[in-house]
Design a protein around this ligand. Structure first.
Ligand SMILES: [Zn+2]
Length: 147
């Protein structure tokens, strides 16, 4: 209940911390009180509800699990090569087809050429006898930025 919301210097919410943790941030001057409870104090401070970081923290590197999925990102990750035949990829193939619940995720999508995509159709790679040349994975930010 006594959790304190930490917000970035640009007021974007980050995460919650304990009151004790928030007080330590105030003492180290890395955060300031943004909103406090009017009638409660903890030591020299009003009881914080929201603390704001003094300096902006670039969060996507630290807190997110990776880049958001995108079709162009899949092509970059896979080097524009077909995951089945190594030919030039022009389409995105869903490893587990969308018609069977496959989602737009890094692990379920690969770059594919039109012919392989058509041949595979509504089947999994195993069913189609078309093994993937690699296991699709979440790319690092660096892998997407480099290209
Ligand atoms: Zn192909």
């Amino acid at each position: 209940m006594d959790a304190v919301l930490v917000i970035n210097a640009d007021l974007g919410p980050l995460h919650k911390v304990s009151v004790q943790h928030a007080i330590r941030m105030l003492l180290r001057r890395v955060a300031e009180i943004h909103e406090a409870e009017p009638d409660r104090r903890i030591g020299v401070f009003p009881m914080p509800r929201v603390v704001r970081l003094v300096r902006y923290v670039v969060t996507r590197w630290r807190f997110s699990s990776g880049p958001a999925w995108s079709r162009s990102g899949v092509h970059l990750r896979d080097g524009h090569r077909c995951a089945y035949c190594d030919g030039r990829a022009t389409t995105i193939d869903h490893v587990l087809p969308r018609s069977r619940g496959g989602r737009n995720t890094w692990k379920n999508t690969v770059a594919a050429c039109y012919a392989c995509n058509q041949r595979k159709g509504d089947r999994t790679p195993a069913e189609a006898g078309m093994p993937l040349r690699y296991d699709p994975a979440v790319p690092s930010w660096a892998a997407l930025v480099r290209l």
